[in-house]
Design a protein around this ligand. Structure first.
Ligand code: NAP
Length: 336
């Protein structure tokens, strides 16, 4: 049976009408897709990249039911599960705008000539982990450069040393967690004051294999097939040191995508994340949001929480269509 998958390098829909457009192809977006499809809604997924932040992780061992799976395999599994229900999934397309054009529909436009209509929208555009933007960071992403200690710490069991960068809760939580797996943890922070909760700071100071390297910044990440060392510089003395390590955990916070949707009247919190209620409803009727782009559960960004939000957003989108009288079951399988 042919799948209705339109790739960006294939056919970009123009003028087609959908029940729901899901913007984003990470765990939140793909989970929402599975649920909107099971609610028999005609669904399109518009993704810049299937997998979202999962693509930045090596292994996942905290997704219920899957003891340990390579992140890329989990992405493929999410993707093929979503495809099973015959949505249209287009990749490498960026939505650049949506606008309400009637009581019933939004018009959604994007790169590569995308122009479609949808009765509801689920924003699952993710958030961006802040990057250091130093040489080696991009090259070794997934090969010793990690942006998630909680996800990847167990994979460093028995290793000699790692660097954790940052001075917030995530860096401290990561350093404390990693100290249980790795012989030496260097916590490198650009100041000597911390944003992290005092509890975390006190806790970390008591752990003998965590060494604080303060007022220091990472200049370069070096390696061969894997990270082997990190070059740091003390901002006060100018001294440069090269630390032999097996990995570097960059825990310097998140940024919401600061893009077009802020101009559309979508309410955000003070950090720029889309405000949602417990049913993933935004302030705009018919527009829902799920996953890391939302204000929900800040500081706990996990595949399982993103997936849960995606499922709830799908349910809410279905209820919205039903309440408005816009819902008509769509059965793509029967059209094959
Ligand atoms: P955060 O609180 O924004 O802290 C980011 C840290 O990274 C800061 O110390 C900052 O330094 C540093 N930083 C930012 N940009 C940098 C750069 N370009 N180079 C070097 N250092 C840089 O981020 P987070 O720690 O990821 O936490 C995010 C949110 O999640 C927070 O609300 C936090 O409370 C929450 N969280 C909670 C828990 C928990 O309670 N268990 C765990 C993790 C996260 P400066 O201080 O100099 O700006």
């Amino acid at each position: 049976m042919a799948l209705r998958i339109g790739r960006a390098f294939g056919k970009i829909p123009r003028g087609e009408h959908y029940d729901v457009a899901i913007i984003g192809g990470g765990p939140a977006g793909l989970s929402a897709t599975i649920y909107t499809s099971r609610f028999l809604m005609k669904t399109i997924v518009i993704a810049e990249e299937i997998g979202g932040q999962l693509n930045l992780t090596d292994w996942v061992d905290d997704y219920p039911g899957l003891k340990k799976i390579q992140a890329s395999a989990l992405v493929r599994s999410f993707h093929s599960h979503a495809q099973m229900f015959h949505p249209t999934i287009i990749e490498r397309v960026r939505v650049t705008r949506f606008e309400r054009i009637s009581d019933k529909e939004f018009k959604i436009t994007g790169t590569r000539g995308l122009e479609i209509y949808a009765k509801a929208i689920i924003m699952a555009v993710g958030s961006k982990r802040r990057k250091l933007n130093v040489p080696g960071e991009k090259e070794f992403a997934g090969r010793g450069v990690s942006y998630c200690s909680v996800c990847d710490a167990p994979l460093y069991r028995g290793k000699d040393a790692v660097v954790v960068v940052g001075g917030g809760d995530a860096a401290f939580e990561g350093a404390i967690l990693l100290s249980g797996y790795v012989k030496k943890v260097y916590l490198v922070h650009r100041r000597d004051q911390f944003r992290a909760k005092p509890f975390f700071v006190e806790e970390a100071k008591k752990i003998p294999n965590i060494e604080f390297i303060l007022n220091s910044v990472v200049k370069e990440i070096k390696g061969d097939t894997q990270v082997r060392s990190v070059v740091i510089q003390n901002k006060l003395t100018g001294e440069v040191k090269e630390l032999k390590v097996d990995g570097i955990f960059i825990e310097i916070g998140f940024e919401p995508p600061k893009e077009w949707y802020h101009e559309l009247g979508l309410e955000t919190d003070e950090s720029g994340y889309i405000k949602v209620d417990e049913w993933m409803r935004t302030n705009i009727p018919g527009v829902f949001a799920a996953g890391d782009c939302t204000s929900m559960w800040p500081g706990f960004r996990q595949v399982v929480t993103a997936s849960a939000m995606g499922a709830v957003a799908a349910y809410s989108a279905y209820n919205y269509l039903a309440e408005k009288g816009f819902y008509k079951p769509y059965r793509p399988e029967s059209k094959k």
